[in-house]
Design a protein around this ligand. Structure first.
Ligand code: DHB
Ligand code: MG
Length: 219
């Protein structure tokens, strides 16, 4: 099938570009063993997040949606020793699995997981120590709210990345009106007139099929 071809393609490229990694494999297995949904970013996407964080010299990273900490590990590995990543997670059980995975990866001292509705956590944060990078990968219906909070908390020149903005092309199909698609559309409509942001969609194809990251630079 088409999906099998894209999985093969993703894995073929990774076989040249990204070393097999027992720590990340442990995180994935520990997550499925504890019943977490297998909806984390792909290896290619995790590596991409890691490279962006290194490229911009990120010292402080905000993540919205920890799940089992797979993207968290990729991002935390890009931080310097005194760097900090704050990750927001709604589900206590997900956070506990993620903490074990982060500890196994040796990055736990750089990461704080805050278990609460992200809207509450974010609205209480002050931008005194702004973030360099935010990665939004939580409930898609709240995409715009999370983006506006990230915009408030990330420095000028910083980057906000939002996962799942293509959703197999369904975001662009007006006949498909679920809360997730409507949430992503609200974000896109907002960006049309947001003069503080320059953004593009990076469409992905690979192990998770067709999807995309929104990549936004804060001016
Ligand atoms: C789902 C959520 C995600 O963040 C993702 O990358 C893929 C799927 C979901 O809720 O189904
Ligand atoms: Mg996602």
């Amino acid at each position: 099938s088409i999906e099998e071809n894209w999985t093969r393609s993703d894995q073929f490229h990774n076989s040249f570009l990204t070393q097999p990694d027992e720590t990340l494999e442990f995180a994935l297995k520990n997550s499925t063993d504890h019943g977490l949904p297998s909806i984390q970013v792909t290896t290619s996407q995790g590596k991409y997040l890691n490279l962006i964080a290194k490229t911009i010299g990120a010292r402080r990273i905000l993540e919205i949606g920890t799940l089992g900490g797979f993207s968290t590990i990729w991002l935390a590995r890009a931080l310097p020793e005194d760097g900090k990543l704050i990750s927001c997670e709604l589900e206590q059980t997900y956070a506990e699995v993620a903490r074990a995975n982060l500890k196994n990866a040796g990055v736990q001292s750089k990461v704080e997981i805050i278990v609460a509705p992200a809207k509450e956590t974010l609205s209480k944060m002050t931008p005194e120590q702004p973030f360099d990078l935010a990665f939004i990968d939580a409930d898609k219906s709240s995409s715009l709210i999370y983006f506006l909070q990230a915009k408030r908390l990330v420095r000028k020149g910083g980057v906000v990345i939002v996962d799942n903005v293509v959703r197999r092309g369904t975001v662009a199909d007006p006949a498909i009106t679920n809360d997730s698609n409507e949430g992503v559309r609200s974000l896109l409509k907002h960006l049309k007139d947001d003069k503080d942001v320059e953004a593009t969609t990076i469409a992905w194809v690979g192990e998770k099929g067709y999807d995309g990251f929104l990549y936004a630079l804060l001016k």
